[in-house]
Ligand binder design. Structure first.
Ligand code: DGJ
Length: 558
């Protein structure tokens, strides 16, 4: 009887939901902030983009067949792929929607979401994706002028005709998405690509020089916590050695902000801009990194000048652990949700996906993961068909089935995640009365001693006071009593060194015991119990190897 009532309620609920969906359709994806944390809402709930980015020239009918099998292998739920201005507007004002329609249809057929990358005025600091008719008119669609008075291979942010052209094309693209995508296959759009300039710090044209000598706009001063000083103070006076970079960031952000605002006015999808980084640990002088894009030193200028851009997102091609983690930290700000739109999918870097999760990343997307990537194979490197996909596939195989739960728990502040750091055998995560201890390289009773290579990663989410969801690879997870907040404040806690995690709290030993360790799998976003782990499987902690494993763990003390 009870089962019948529950089934009836569930059916009523699901019928209700279905009809609601039919009436209302799918809501536009949106970025939601609550209690200092962000989530991307898709179909009304937090969503985590387990994504991969195709190679730059892969979004063509001839090459897409080399993209989808890779996406399938990865278990990715999202594909990031470009839309090329040169293809989209072959003649001034004539728009060709065929590529957009092709990618929408194919993504739906593969049940995969899209993040579309508007390769417009800027692509890696150049204007290589401008349509031919623009390239052939460099006086009208002009480039940045160097100090020496030469045009360089980068679009000028002061070229009004380029700005107007980009606004018009981007608006047509967004309008088409609005009309053609009621299913919300497209979750977000990237505006331009790695904006800014290499080879010169800014535009030195006469018009730009005039602005550089003028007072710094009030919103820039405010954003950068600067004061004007004397009424005649110019950019150089206010920003000193960073003046050129700040000026260029202001000009580029203003331009991109207008393109973004024009598109958003017709279709309010979340928009982001990606950044070519400067060294996060030892930033070099201006000139050693791409100038004008949203590097960490000018994020506030971008926020002030381009409010229609929701996220400033780092492209992280760094293998150094401290540097990688520092970038995540720099771009995870109260005014900026963390999103990693490009990174390396190599074996040592794949673990940083978990570090990003630990900072409520809304998505993660290693670059170049399709089968057109032959040029990445180094001479002598064995051509193992899927070796370049495997590290990312391993992450997505584990998180894919539990994606909605992970996104929700992260948004609610109940989830923490970490990656192995060289030289650290263990990391501790704090959850109220419990500490979760993640250790690496331990086997049996032996001590933790790091993995031979740093590939360990884990996530822990608190489901109830004494119940946790745990998943990971190449690590051991255990729980240690942490005492109450008051006891912790009194500082009267000594951590035990025995095999069973324990702590001497206010003079009394508390030892962890497992009440129940359930191994399961996720089906339809729900944890399905498979078996209880005990004995060798739990006596020295919860061990995670190379296979995807999800545990639901209840703990108590004695
Ligand atoms: C960063 C750019 O944003 C990508 O489009 C691509 O060019 C990669 N660099 C490198 O291949």
């Amino acid at each position: 009887m009870k089962t019948f009532i529950i089934a009836a309620i569930l059916m009523a609920l699901s019928t209700g939901l279905a009809s609601q969906a039919q009436v209302k359709g799918h809501p536009v994806p949106s970025l939601v902030k609550n209690d200092g944390r962000y989530a991307l809402f898709v179909d009304g709930a937090p969503y985590l983009m387990l994504s991969a980015q195709s190679n730059n020239s892969s979004d063509w009918p001839a090459t897409l067949p080399k993209v989808w099998p890779a996406i399938e292998y990865l278990h990715a739920n999202t594909l990031e792929t470009p839309i090329y201005w040169e293809q989209f507007e072959p003649k001034p004002g004539q728009f060709d929607y065929s590529e957009v329609d092709t990618i929408l249809a194919q993504a739906r057929a593969h049940d995969v979401h899209l993040v579309l990358l508007w390769f417009g005025t800027w692509k890696n600091g150049s204007q290589h994706y401008m349509p031919e008719w623009m390239k052939l008119d460099p006086q009208r669609y002009f480039h940045v002028t160097s100090k020496e008075g030469e045009f360089v291979d980068s679009p000028s942010p002061f070229a009004t005709a380029s700005l107007e052209g980009d606004k018009r094309a981007f608006t047509a693209f967004m309008q088409h998405l609005k009309d053609a995508d009621p299913e919300r296959t497209v979750l977000m759009v990237q505006v331009e690509n790695e904006t800014g300039t290499w080879g010169t710090l800014r535009d030195y044209s006469p018009a730009a020089e005039k602005l550089f000598e003028a007072p710094v706009p009030a919103e820039v001063l405010k954003a950068m916590n600067k004061t004007q000083g004397t009424p005649s103070a110019n950019w150089q006076d206010v920003f000193g050695p960073e003046a050129d970079v700040c000026f260029h960031a202001w000009a580029v952000a203003k331009y991109v902000g207008q393109v973004a605002a024009a598109g958003k006015a017709v279709y309010p999808l979340p928009l982001y801009v990606n950044a070519a980084l400067r060294d996060p640990l030892k930033p070099g002088a201006p000139g050693t990194y791409e100038s004008g894009g949203p590097t960490d030193n000018v994020l506030s200028i971008w926020k002030a000048e381009a409010p229609a851009v929701d996220i400033l997102a780092p492209d992280i091609y760094l293998s150094n652990t401290a540097a990688y983690l520092k970038v995540l930290d720099l771009y995870h700000r109260p005014d900026n949700a963390l999103f990693v739109p490009e990174t390396s999918g190599a074996v040592h870097e794949a673990r940083f996906f978990f570090s990003a999760l630990g900072l409520q990343a809304i998505g993660y997307s290693p670059f170049g993961l399709d089968y057109t990537r032959v040029h990445f194979v180094q001479p002598g490197e064995p051509i193992a068909q899927n070796a370049f996909l495997e590290p990312t596939a391993q992450n997505y195989r584990l998180i894919g089935p539990m994606m909605r739960d992970v996104a929700r728990l992260d948004f609610e502040g109940k989830l923490q995640a970490v990656a192995e750091v060289e030289g650290q055998t263990a990391q501790t995560l704090h959850f109220g009365d419990w500490d979760a201890v993640i250790s690496y390289g331990a086997s049996g009773r032996g001590p933790a001693k790091e993995n031979p290579e740093p590939i360990g990663r884990a996530l822990v989410a608190q489901l109830q006071d004494n119940q946790f969801l745990v998943a990971g690879y190449f690590c051991r997870v255990d729980f240690r009593p942490a005492g109450t907040e008051q006891q912790r404040k009194s500082g009267n806690i000594v951590v035990g060194t025995g095999q069973t995690p324990s702590a001497l709290i206010d003079g009394k030993w508390q030892h962890r015991q497992f009440l129940r360790v359930e191994e399961g799998s996720y089906e339809n976003d729900t944890f399905k119990f498979m078996r209880i782990l005990n004995g060798d499987q739990t006596d020295w902690g919860l061990n995670f190897g190379s296979e995807p494993e999800v545990l639901r763990v209840s703990v108590a003390t004695y």
